[in-house]
Write a protein that binds this ligand. Structure first.
Ligand SMILES: *[C@@H]1O[C@H](CO)[C@@H](O)[C@H](O)[C@H]1NC(C)=O
Ligand SMILES: *[C@@H]1O[C@H](CO)[C@@H](O)[C@H](O)[C@H]1NC(C)=O
Ligand SMILES: *[C@@H]1O[C@H](CO)[C@@H](O)[C@H](O)[C@H]1NC(C)=O
Ligand SMILES: *[C@@H]1O[C@H](CO)[C@@H](O)[C@H](O)[C@H]1NC(C)=O
Ligand SMILES: *[C@@H]1O[C@H](CO)[C@@H](O)[C@H](O)[C@H]1NC(C)=O
Ligand SMILES: *[C@@H]1O[C@H](CO)[C@@H](O)[C@H](O)[C@H]1NC(C)=O
Ligand SMILES: *[C@@H]1O[C@H](CO)[C@@H](O)[C@H](O)[C@H]1NC(C)=O
Ligand SMILES: *[C@@H]1O[C@H](CO)[C@@H](O)[C@H](O)[C@H]1NC(C)=O
Ligand SMILES: *[C@@H]1O[C@H](CO)[C@@H](O)[C@H](O)[C@H]1NC(C)=O
Ligand SMILES: *[C@@H]1O[C@H](CO)[C@@H](O)[C@H](O)[C@H]1NC(C)=O
Ligand SMILES: *[C@@H]1O[C@H](CO)[C@@H](O)[C@H](O)[C@H]1NC(C)=O
Ligand SMILES: *[C@@H]1O[C@H](CO)[C@@H](O)[C@H](O)[C@H]1NC(C)=O
Length: 582
């Protein structure tokens, strides 16, 4: 175990980040000890002998003063007191015998400053520097100074609210660098049918830019991990790719999502045989998915979604037995077939939705016993949907579509008791929605649309209390639906019942009811609605509202206009009603 953990690690609001940090600590604890931590990990007697040198303490205290005093900074710097041994301060480690600071970790401490102070460059023995997750107020990363930290192996300036140019010629001089993280961390919510959205507070408007990628990596020959998500590299052409191939032969982790990359993946990248994580999602990449990825013996993650890749994807890539995640979705012009899968596969996440993939879904898909997320929502899939999917017990997300798919989900769907996301769309099943769907009590997102599902909406859906998304539009459903019963689903934010043969009414109002779901999306087009839905009185965050093709009479209520002027409404369709005034 670690001798001491950093207290500010525990304060971070995002459990996900916390989890990552904990994971990291465990990894450190079990893996071979990194050189910068040798003193503290191996010989505890030795630490007591190496006291902090005065110039190191003084630099650290000046660094501390460069941050604004806040509750967070008081907590983070509680142990940073003049006159005490700086090697024992929170977040600091020293070399075993030198008394010089080798590791400075202020990651996720919630600190705030209007600049990164140059005093940090006086800590010239630093091997590990993490300032990730603090707020530097859109200032620029110092263009000079980094070159003084010649021993640095780990540099982390992730999500620091910096702006402007990355100082390629300063950071690019750190020849010992093993890990470089200048990424912006974010969380993405996938929306069915429409794309994606970012969750939470998205106020980092100062995007970092890099105008010469080659200059950054040309001397970083030891680099194993490179994370630069959201860094604007739009004018780099394919230089980024050739530079990596040429200068970073030991690269294991390559993570460049949202970097505005717009070239093919270059052939020379084939030389980076150590790659285990390749994440190039959300760019403008063109060309093909190279077959050489299948030759990388350690490849575990390949994420290329949301690009403009095309042509045929060699199916041998799917058969790589170390591969845990392959995500190719939203490359509309890539084609391919799924191969037969073997029981040796490690696949947990497989996404080929919104592509030109076609052919049959092999029944050997049930050999993928570790599968958690399966996205097969490509229109080209045809023939029988294999019921063997019902054997994938650990599946928590399933998306299927296929205009030529036949079969039925009702015989096996209830086997998938871990399901949280179920999307079945663009198919021709011609069957009622199985009432047993109510047994899938972990479901958060249920989207069964454009599938010609018939019959009534099973009442058991109201038992799915975790539902935040319910989309049943464009089917053949009929019967009466009471909105007031749907509002029992307190987490609902996306409801779409449009284009069925439903009669949607307000229903019985329970006057003691005080809390309502906070809807973002409401679509009730062609639902025989006669009254303006009352729920809109309670929805301040509505940004998509479709009530078209109904029989709503009279005028649009004044309170509705008032709500909409306060919200971010960007899609509104009230056409084809019987309004008498607007
Ligand atoms: C730990 O360091 C002390 C002082 O440098 C040394 O005397 C001792 O032998 C070391 N112990 C081990 C187990 O290396
Ligand atoms: C960089 O720091 C952030 C915040 O502490 C952390 O979430 C991230 O995992 C770190 N990156 C690396 C490569 O360790
Ligand atoms: C980034 O800095 C700007 C300018 O100080 C500030 O307005 C904004 O809130 C900061 N963003 C975050 C997420 O800290
Ligand atoms: C790479 O290192 C050499 C020798 O230290 C130096 O002359 C050169 O400027 C460096 N290149 C970059 C791009 O920093
Ligand atoms: C980018 O940096 C490399 C290496 O330092 C240099 O050779 C090249 O001329 C630079 N390119 C531009 C456009 O400045
Ligand atoms: C993969 O490796 C094999 C054997 O090393 C080699 O023959 C083949 O050309 C490689 N394929 C690609 C696409 O690099
Ligand atoms: C797909 O290919 C067609 C025809 O070549 C082209 O018109 C279209 O823009 C491409 N779409 C995407 C998303 O790449
Ligand atoms: C989609 O796949 C079909 C069948 O494999 C192929 O004939 C067609 O050309 C592909 N379309 C595009 C845009 O790649
Ligand atoms: C998969 O296996 C089936 C029978 O086991 C065989 O008919 C089919 O051709 C195989 N498909 C591929 C793509 O290898
Ligand atoms: C449902 O699960 C049981 C137990 O794992 C299994 O025997 C059965 O074949 C599954 N049903 C289907 C249709 O896959
Ligand atoms: C939809 O289902 C109905 C019967 O439920 C059937 O008559 C109709 O042909 C189906 N439509 C399509 C497009 O499959
Ligand atoms: C819904 O839950 C209630 C109470 O747990 C139960 O009595 C009822 O049978 C369930 N309805 C369906 C359709 O599963």
């Amino acid at each position: 175990m670690l001798p001491h953990t950093k207290s500010c690690m525990m304060m971070h609001p995002l459990p996900l980040v916390l989890l990552l940090l904990l994971l990291q600590i465990q990894l450190l604890a079990v893996s071979s000890h990194p050189p910068w931590a040798a003193g503290t990990f191996i010989n505890h007697t030795a630490i007591t002998h190496a006291r902090c040198l005065p110039d190191q303490a003084s630099a650290l205290l000046r660094l501390k003063r460069s941050f604004t005093t806040t509750d967070e900074s008081v907590a983070a710097f509680q142990s940073w007191k003049a006159g005490t041994d700086c090697c024992s301060w929170e977040g600091i480690r020293c070399g075993a015998t030198s008394g010089r600071v080798t590791s400075l970790d202020l990651g996720d401490c919630g600190l705030q400053s209007d600049h990164l102070d140059h005093v940090i460059f006086e800590l010239t023995s630093l091997r590990y520097l993490n300032l990730g997750g603090n707020d530097f107020s859109l200032s620029e990363i110092p263009s000079t100074g980094f070159e003084q930290l010649t021993m640095l192996t780990h540099l982390n300036l992730s999500t620091c609210n910096f702006s402007g140019q990355v100082p390629a010629y300063g950071i690019g001089r750190l020849m010992s660098l093993v890990s470089l993280d200048l990424s912006f961390q974010y969380e993405i919510i996938e929306l069915f049918d429409t794309g994606f959205a970012f969750s939470g507070d998205f106020t980092y408007d100062g995007q970092l830019m890099l105008s010469n990628f080659t200059a950054l990596v040309a001397n970083l020959t030891s680099l194993e991990e490179l994370r630069l998500s959201w860094l604007d590299m739009s004018d780099q052409g394919d230089k980024w790719c050739n530079a990596l191939a040429k200068y970073t032969p030991n690269l294991r982790v390559l993570s460049l999502p949202f970097c505005s990359l717009s070239s093919p993946i270059c052939g020379s990248l084939a030389s980076l045989q150590s790659l285990s994580v390749v994440d190039l999602q959300y760019n403008h990449l063109t060309g093909s998915v190279p077959e050489f990825f299948a030759n990388f013996s350690s490849l575990s993650v390949l994420r290329l979604s949301y690009n403009f890749l095309e042509v045929w994807v060699p199916s041998v890539i799917f058969q790589h037995d170390k591969l845990v995640t392959i995500d190719l979705h939203r490359n509309h012009n890539i084609s391919g077939n799924l191969p037969n899968f073997s029981t040796d596969s490690s696949l947990e996440n497989l996404f080929v939705g919104k592509t030109n993939f076609s052919g049959t879904i092999p029944s050997s898909i049930s050999n993928l016993k570790h599968l958690k997320k399966l996205g097969l929502n490509a229109l080209g899939f045809a023939k029988e949907l294999p019921s063997s999917i019902g054997r994938l017990r650990s599946l928590n997300s399933l998306q299927v579509s296929g205009l030529g798919l036949v079969g039925s989900i009702s015989s096996w769907i209830t086997n998938l008791t871990s399901l949280e996301v179920l999307e079945v769309s663009h198919c021709g099943f011609n069957e009622p929605i199985p009432s047993s769907i109510a047994d899938l009590n972990k479901l958060r997102k249920l989207a069964l649309y454009k599938c010609n599902f018939s019959g009534k909406i099973p009442s058991g859906i109201l038992n799915l209390t975790q539902l935040d998304t319910l989309q049943l539009h464009s089917n053949n459903l009929f019967g009466t639906t009471q909105l007031n019963s749907l509002w029992e689903l307190q987490k609902l934010f996306d409801l779409n019942l449009s284009n069925n043969k439903l009669n949607v009414i307000e229903g019985e109002h329970n006057s003691s009811k005080v809390s309502f779901p906070d809807l973002w999306h409401l679509s009730l087009a062609s639902c025989n609605v006669e009254k303006f839905p009352n729920i809109l009185r309670h929805s301040s965050n509505i940004n998509r509202l479709d009530l078209s093709n109904n029989q709503i009479r009279g005028s649009i209520p004044q309170w509705a206009w008032e709500k909409w002027t306060d919200s971010d409404l960007f899609f509104l369709n009230l056409s084809h009603n019987e309004f008498t005034s607007v």
